[in-house]
Design a protein around this ligand. Structure first.
Ligand SMILES: [Fe+2]
Length: 203
C-alpha cells in the first residue's frame, strides 16, 4: 500500500539573524510611533483593539525608521527562500513587500480568523512574546469542504489536524500563503505581545 500526500499547505518558520540586537530598537520605535499615531489610536478605540496597531493608519514604516528598513531586508531574503520552496515561477516578476504594520496586543486582545486578500505571502515577525502570550492558530483551508468528514483521533499526527497552533518565540519569522486562514486567540499575558506583520505581492 502507498499513500501519497497531495496539495500540501506550507508554513515557513525562520529566525531573524540579529534579533536580540534589533529588539530594543524595535521596542523603542513602536512606542514612539504609537504615541504620535493619533489616527491609529482612534482606529484601535473604534474597533475595540486592546493595544495598538498601525494596520489602518501607517503605510510607510520602512521609511520611518532604519530598524524597519533593516528588518525588511531580512524579510525579503526569507520571502524569496519561501517562494523558492513553493516552486513559484515568477518569470520577470519579483516579490515585493506590499505592507508592514505593528501589532501590540495587550492583555485580552484578540485577532479573529482572517486571510490577507490581494497578497501572495503573508507573515509575522515576533519581537516580544511574554510568558503566556497567545499563539497563532492556522486552519485547514479545506475545512469548509469537509461536510461529512469524521473527527480525528485525539493523538492525531500534526499533518492531519484541522487546526494547528504555533507558539512563536521572539525573533521568529512565520510565513504562509496569504489565502491561509489564521487567528490569534485572546492574549492572556500581562505584558505586551509585540509583532510586525507583512504582506508580499508579486509584481
Ligand atoms: Fe493575519
Amino acid at each position: 500500500m502507498k499513500i501519497d500526500t497531495l496539495f500540501p499547505t506550507r508554513l515557513y518558520r525562520g529566525s531573524l539573524i540579529g534579533a536580540r540586537r534589533l529588539k530594543p530598537e524595535l521596542m523603542k520605535t513602536w512606542l514612539a510611533i504609537a504615541r504620535e499615531d493619533i489616527a491609529g489610536q482612534r482606529w484601535c478605540d473604534e474597533h475595540g483593539y486592546l493595544g495598538y496597531t498601525s494596520y489602518a493608519s501607517l503605510d510607510d514604516l520602512p521609511s520611518r525608521a532604519n530598524v524597519f528598513a533593516e528588518l525588511v531586508r531580512h524579510l525579503d531574503t526569507h520571502a524569496r527562500a519561501f517562494a523558492q520552496a513553493l516552486e513559484w515561477d515568477l518569470q520577470a516578476k519579483t516579490l515585493v513587500l506590499d505592507s508592514l504594520w505593528i501589532n501590540v496586543m495587550a492583555q485580552g486582545s484578540v485577532h479573529t480568523g482572517h486571510i490577507h486578500p490581494h497578497s501572495a505571502i503573508s507573515g509575522t515577525y515576533y519581537v516580544a512574546v511574554p510568558h503566556g502570550a497567545s499563539a497563532i492558530r492556522f486552519e485547514d483551508p479545506r475545512l469548509a469542504m469537509m461536510m461529512a468528514a469524521p473527527a480525528r483521533r485525539p493523538a492525531v499526527r500534526r499533518e492531519n489536524l484541522s487546526f494547528v497552533t504555533i507558539e512563536p518565540m521572539p525573533g521568529a519569522i512565520l510565513m504562509w500563503e496569504s489565502w491561509l486562514r489564521h487567528e490569534v486567540p485572546a492574549n492572556r499575558a500581562r505584558g505586551h505581545r509585540v509583532s510586525l506583520s507583512f504582506n508580499y505581492t508579486v509584481r
